[in-house]
Design a protein around this ligand. Structure first.
Ligand code: RP5
Length: 155
């Protein structure tokens, strides 16, 4: 099962690349694509319609501003969608956050923090680890190392 990482523009890549790097560090397969809910609506619908057939199990969608990509992705598939609000120039990402988090009842998007691409990947890993013992072990080791780093912090 792979993760689909989509984003509304190449300008989102600086943030969204962290999701790819994180999945790579866990050995999780993914596909990545720039798709816009507004600029390429027809292609977006086709892409989402074929997601399950391509072996996608989870979608991570990053978008800024009006940020309709995660919500529309969730409307177009029953796969779980994780939304990443991208920090926008005009409103510092508050627009993206509110747009992505305020989904209508019935079509959920698991919304991360502004620019929270790494956590989106970690959340996807946690979901995949439910049925994958080896991945669950990798996640536990990641947490242990993270804790160690904090505890070894010298001031
Ligand atoms: C959104 O508009 C994208 O997700 C991006 O965050 C924002 C700006 O896009 P560009 O004008 O940089 O292409 O659709």
């Amino acid at each position: 099962m792979k993760v689909s990482i989509i984003m509304g523009s190449k300008s989102d890549w600086d943030v969204m690349s962290a999701a790819c790097e994180t999945l790579e560090s866990f050995g999780v397969e993914y596909e990545k694509k720039v798709i816009s809910a507004h600029r390429t609506p027809q292609f977006f619908m086709e892409y989402m319609a074929g997601a399950r057939e391509r072996g996608v199990g989870i979608v991570i969608a990053g978008a800024g501003g009006a940020a309709h990509l995660p919500g529309m992705a969730a409307a177009l598939t029953t796969l779980p969608v994780i939304g990443v609000p991208i920090k926008s120039k005009a409103l510092s990402g508050l627009d993206s956050l509110l747009s992505i988090v305020q989904m209508p009842s019935g079509i959920p998007v698991a919304t991360m923090a502004i620019d929270g691409a790494k956590n989106a990947a970690l959340y996807a890993v946690a979901m995949l680890a439910i049925n994958d013992e080896a991945l669950a072990t990798k996640l536990a080791i990641f947490r242990e190392k993270q804790a160690e780093k904090v505890l070894n912090t010298e001031l």
